[in-house]
Design a protein around this ligand. Structure first.
Ligand SMILES: [Ca+2]
Ligand SMILES: [Ca+2]
Ligand SMILES: [Ca+2]
Ligand SMILES: [Ca+2]
Length: 314
């Protein structure tokens, strides 16, 4: 069970649609204690944030023709007086269970991780949830500035398929206030959110090496993000329940809610499962939907406090 789980998580942790076919297989390194790695990662991230700045002056007073791209540089020389990123970041603490997230079977304690992010420009549209399809542009690099992945054209990602730090950052970025068609099939986005996130390895690929094997184990990652649009109430498994409502424990991680995990032989958390309690009745036939098939309410026919679609004896 655990092995399938780990394999699956690794497989779905894809970030890029356009894989580099010349990728080299990842180098296997001995697994380490996440409790130790997390402390080292946070020290490294804090050091980085205290010694680097972004082009905040350009974002505050955009010069003519400014492209609204984030540029990071070290605080030194002519830039000695710049404001460090450390003063700009917001912090979110996220718990990670190493046995679950990375298949580290000997590590069953949740480890606190800090995600650092800056909303460089606030979007004027709505906010996606952790369960939505997000339309975005991104650029991923290591702390030394080396680029490892990017998409300069809009891509659509189902957030639960992504590494946790990336997905969580997207839920901080309001999308565009207006989206128009350019007439050539491409879209123009007005007033979208622009941000940057600094991800410790435990909210990234951990001991893994990324979808194309080009990320060294235990790498801290930086992503520059444009939050362009999202699909509200995305229902990934088509069972009538928006994915975000399948996050039963409400921790923002949709992959750790699996009602029938004990009987099911496959890794199918509820947001990927169209028969959540494995009772042979499809979830969409155990909930209340309107005439258009949109979610209305859960049902509890036998009044035991468990919704029918999660109740395998009802
Ligand atoms: Ca669903
Ligand atoms: Ca959850
Ligand atoms: Ca489901
Ligand atoms: Ca049922």
């Amino acid at each position: 069970m655990k092995r399938i789980f780990t394999f699956f998580l690794t497989t779905i942790a894809l970030l890029s649609c356009d894989k580099d076919d010349g990728s080299v297989p990842g180098t296997v390194v001995p697994t380490r204690l996440l409790s130790e790695v997390a402390v080292e990662d946070d020290a490294e991230l804090q050091e980085y944030l205290k010694t680097h700045f972004y082009n905040y002056e350009e974002f505050e007073n955009p010069p003519a023709g400014f492209d609204f791209k984030i540029v990071i540089d070290t605080i030194a020389g002519d830039n000695a007086g710049k404001r460090p990123l450390f003063e700009d970041v917001s912090v979110e603490e996220i718990m990670v269970l190493p046995s679950f997230s990375f298949g580290l079977s000997d590590q069953d304690d949740e480890i606190a991780h800090k995600l650092y992010y800056v909303e460089v420009r606030e979007g004027q549209g709505d906010l996606p949830t952790e369960g939505d399809n997000s339309i975005l542009r991104y650029e991923g690099s290591f702390l030394d500035g080396t680029l490892f992945d990017a998409s300069t054209t809009p891509v659509r990602f189902y957030l639960p398929n992504l590494v946790r730090g990336f997905a969580e950052a997207m839920t901080k970025l309001n999308i565009a206030s207006e989206i128009t068609e350019n007439g050539d099939g491409t879209l123009a986005f007005e007033n979208y959110g622009i941000g940057i996130v600094f991800i410790p390895s435990g909210l990234g690929y951990g001991n893994g090496t990324g979808p194309t094997g080009n990320i060294p184990s235990y790498s801290n990652l930086i992503f520059k993000l444009d939050g362009l649009s999202f699909e509200e109430s995305t229902d990934f498994d088509g069972d009538g329940i928006p994915s975000i409502l399948e996050d039963l424990n409400g921790d923002g991680n949709l992959n750790n809610d699996n009602t029938d995990g004990e009987i099911e032989q496959l890794f199918l958390p509820n947001h990927r499962d169209n028969d959540d309690d494995n009772d042979g009745i499809l979830t969409r036939d155990e909930i209340e939907l309107d005439a258009d098939g949109n979610f209305v309410a859960f049902k509890d026919t036998d009044g035991d406090g468990i919704s029918d679609h999660l109740d395998n004896d009802n």
